[in-house]
Design a protein around this ligand. Structure first.
Ligand code: 9YT
Length: 130
């Protein structure tokens, strides 16, 4: 059994920050934990915009605090995100993620799992790591 409080993640190599400061990702379960997925708590800062296009991963995201929006760049649709809303990038959806008036706290699951220190490249992609 793995039991891991968030205090053991914050400030360690398992916490990764966006290069431009829009988000922090606390990686609670990684590939090395052998669960078949990775499990993150992500803080999206208020009043920020992040372009994301996970071409190598599927991601499900559940908002547990704060508010924001997701813009589907394939369809042009914009969806409100708040406590209780989930979105799943089941088609590797190209999107913009916006922090709203408050920081958003998101619980994120990635398949295949993130290995550790991945950060977005210039196209909002995480590389696929062996
Ligand atoms: C929601 C989202 O994709 N935010 C960017 C960071 C990512 N969730 C991560 O690595 O935790």
């Amino acid at each position: 059994m793995i039991v891991r409080p968030i205090e053991d993640i914050v400030g360690t190599s398992r916490e990764v920050h966006a290069k431009e400061g829009q988000w922090s990702s606390r990686r609670m379960l990684l590939k090395s934990d052998n669960m078949g997925f990775s499990f993150h708590e992500t803080i999206i800062r208020a009043n920020t915009k992040t372009h994301i296009h996970y071409q190598n991963h599927l991601e499900a995201v559940y908002c547990v605090a704060g508010n924001g929006k997701i813009e589907d760049l394939g369809t042009g649709e914009i969806h409100e995100i708040r406590d209780g809303v989930m979105y799943a990038l089941d088609k590797h959806d190209n999107h913009n993620l916006y922090g709203g008036s408050q920081d958003m706290r998101l619980i994120c699951v990635f398949n295949p799992p993130i290995k550790g220190d991945e950060n977005h490249d210039e196209n909002g992609v995480y590389p696929l790591r062996a």
